[in-house]
Design a protein around this ligand. Sequence first.
Ligand code: ADP
Ligand code: MG
Length: 452
Amino acid sequence: MTDVQARGVADGPAAPTTIVEVDGVTKSFTTPEGQPLPVLEDVSLTLAEGEIVALLGKSGSGKSTLLRCIAGLIAPSSGKVLYRGRPVTGANPGVAMVFQSFALLPWLTVRQNVELGLEARGVPLEKRHQQAERAIDRIGLDGFESAYPKELSGGMRQRVGFARALVVEPDALLMDEPFSALDVLTAENLRTELLRMWETRDFPTKAMLIVTHNIEEAVLLADRIFVLAANPGRIRTELSVELGRPRDRRDPAFVRLVDEIYGIMTEREEAVVAPAQAEVSAPASPTDQPLPAATVGGLAGLLEILAARGGREDLPVLASELTFEVDDLLPIVDAADLLDLAVVDEADLELTEAGRTFVQADILVSKEIFAKQAQKRAPLVRAICKSLANTKDGTLGESFFLDLLRRGFAEDEARHQLDIAIDWGRYGELFEYDANSGQLTLETGSADEPAA
Ligand code: ADP
Ligand code: MG
């Protein structure tokens, strides 16, 4: 009688009761230049009763966009979201969200913030108070009812975020990086408490979907993990986590799974051109191949540590030694890989010949190597050098490049891309940038090799 779900597509036999189904969702935004910006491509997944699912992906892979589609805050460009078998057309009635930024109203007290969700759903006053009280107790905010958000620590603020979501007793709880604005200990504490509540019988929610960029967090929490690839966001892999609870990060099976996911997330996506052609055909354009958000300083640091460890090391080991979050380490690894200064093999990072020379040489030679690799392999750096070389005085305003970048990126990301390229170009002494005038100028003596 309802729209029949597409059966047998991805569901195994005897699928548990599905709460949310995402079916072939594609989402495209429009850049400021009016070009389509594909953010999600053909994403399908389900969230069933009794499970915790993690969506794991680098920043920019469309995780928040997907969560917004599921919550019904934005509509997919194509494909659909179903809640209990019914297409979601407005706000999804079965879900509540927890945001990274807490999203509290500063002029309301803890109690008022928590009651907000109930008010929106038309719950009468008396009942609102009762339910809010329960949610506040449950999440450990007892005694803070009359406090204002600014009086609270980050951890307590996020408790309010959780209480506000749980107070409506949502069928499914959606969380968008709920722990990533918290310090490590506070995050661990809140995560553990959430799991403890989840395991009690009276937890008001039947399923949880968490978006995260943190591999360990996904493995700690989830029964199933969807790893997203970026540009546009799509599902790269789905993994089941067959570990008992409570989970121990030091458990060899835990470590193995984290390792495996590291490998998946750092795997270079297949180049579109065949390797034999790659040398001669035009390289990817700056919008096809965005620069990873890595500074030269970070990159050099990582390569030095790698060299000190004999030129090859396990990525999770590197990350934990550096006490880096994955999200911070992965762009640097991507940059090393893009510039062919290091390669990822399984979950190991290994210096290349060029990488080794880069680390060992004196600064001038290092800069030369970097310049050569960046010009050869980083499309935006290459494009800037060529454009500058084609002017009479080797100078162009940044708006020229920003305009080009806006065809393929949202406003912020266009700026971000240019900033990365400027950092790289300056280090390689390929071009200079004057922040006051916004001018980029070719360095004299930088041999912009004409396309051979
Ligand atoms: P994630 O949460 O994985 O970091 P997002 O879903 O926030 O990724 O964003 C994915 C991409 O979509 C980014 O490039 C971002 O700039 C772009 N994007 C997100 N929302 C909008 C929007 N409203 N308009 C234009 N571009 C957007
Ligand atoms: Mg996000």
